[in-house]
Ligand binder design. Structure first.
Ligand code: SOE
Length: 402
């Protein structure tokens, strides 16, 4: 059996935290990067060990294990959960299996990290959250993977909002724009099938921006008015497994059963207003998660396509020289950056997964409830459900269940 990836020297004296991952496609690769890198960059209380990875295709999962540095490969997730050398189960599968795997892993005494959205339905998310609460009493942690909280610029924005630098919040304007479905011949991958993904752009992209908006605002949404649309209702079937977001096409077509885009307005509990847009049809926009917060004293703005930058307007400065200025978020006292490169040497998408792993390792070592918890994932699920309900009622304002 191959040796699991661990860091060397003094690192090997730290107690291990042995990871078992289910799924090895796009998110599996991203999480693998996180686990593999985190102990080399950050001084952690425990040493992550890439113990075993699981996927249904024996050849493909073995190849993924070799590529990403996992010691063992399993083809049955129940076998992965049953392993004595796994302390934490990282779930990187489509949403239809999140609940079953997470519940089994918690029942088996493991910590759990689950990709977003937490589940495909509110009911599943409620069951998972109840199980996570009970498991927490037994010393197990459960976290949901809203990785965009873990970029230095978004974490800095949160810090600045909490410090009162923009004052009372009035507006949040947020959009998550991709364009990988603009081509009507793009195949019907799992992300376009309700029975696997739960919803479309709404759950995939909308879940991220709902979480990020609430996290940065430091408060929750109270209700929404929404529109959703499916622009292309029939697509070629995929032939073979997905590569990133795409796949080759096969003969025949199938029905798209999820939304292509979701647009909604919302009210925060404080009365601040928000607008959200999640789409895979924003031609030319590849991964543009943009958020702007306007408060009584100032504003903040961020764009994932320029993720080392945060824009800040200090509204208390004299008009003569006030204005948005760019903070290059690469200083050692910016969040997460003490361990990385000298100022100006920026980070990328994958580092959010390294930081997610870092925060979870600390939470496990300290027995601290991780954020975002399954309860946070459930609350986002309730927002998504309210969006769907409102859209079905042609945009009627729909309160979010508590
Ligand atoms: C696809 O739209 C996707 O990979 C999402 O599933 C991820 O959560 C997001 O981070 C990037 O885009």
């Amino acid at each position: 059996m191959a040796q699991p990836h661990t860091s060397e020297g003094a690192e090997s004296e730290k107690p291990p935290l042995r990871i078992g991952m289910v799924g090895y496609a796009f998110m599996g690769a991203a999480h693998s990067q996180g686990w593999r890198t985190v102990g080399r960059v950050f001084d952690l209380p425990r040493r992550p060990v890439l113990a075993a990875i699981c996927g249904r295709d024996a050849t493909a999962v073995r190849a993924a294990a070799d590529r990403h540095g996992w010691a063992a490969a399993e083809t049955e997730w129940r076998a992965l959960i049953a392993r004595d050398d796994v302390d934490l189960v990282d779930i990187c599968t489509p949403g239809d299996s999140h609940a079953e795997i997470a519940l089994a892993a918690l029942a088996a005494g493991k910590h759990v990290l689950c990709e977003k959205p937490l589940a495909n339905t509110v009911e599943e998310a409620e069951t998972m959250t109840a199980a996570a609460e009970a498991a927490y009493e037994r010393g197990q942690l459960a976290m949901v993977g809203f990785n965009y909280r873990r970029l230095p610029a978004t974490a800095l924005a949160r810090r600045m909002v909490a410090e009162g630098r923009i004052g009372t919040l009035r507006h949040v304007r947020v959009m998550y724009l991709q364009d990988w479905l603009v081509d009507p011949q793009a195949p019907l991958t799992w992300r376009l099938r309700k029975e696997l993904a739960g919803s479309g752009s709404l759950g995939d992209l909308g879940a991220h921006i709902v979480d990020l908006a609430q996290y940065l605002a430091g408060e929750q949404l109270a209700g929404v008015s929404a529109l959703t649309e499916t622009f292309v209702r029939e697509r070629p079937l995929p032939g073979g497994s997905a590569r990133g977001l795409s796949a080759v096409t096969a003969a025949g077509t199938g029905q798209v059963t999820v939304d292509d885009a979701a647009v909604f307005t919302a009210r925060f509990t404080s009365g601040a207003l928000a607008s959200f847009e999640a789409t895979r049809y924003a031609t030319g926009r590849k991964n543009a998660l943009r958020i702007e917060l306007n408060g009584e004293r100032g504003s903040l703005a961020f764009d994932l396509e320029r993720l080392n930058e945060l824009w800040y307007h200090d509204g208390t400065e004299p008009d003569a020289h006030a204005g948005f200025r760019r903070i290059l978020v690469t200083e050692p006292d910016h969040p997460y950056l003490e361990a990385w490169w000298p100022p100006g040497h920026g980070l990328g998408y994958e580092h959010s997964f390294v930081h997610q792993a870092r925060d979870l390792v600390h939470a496990v070592a300290e027995g601290r409830r991780p954020a975002p918890s399954f309860a946070d994932g459930l609350q986002v699920q309730r927002v998504l459900a309210a969006v769907e309900e409102s859209a079905q009622k042609n945009s009627v304002y729909t309160p979010i269940a508590v």
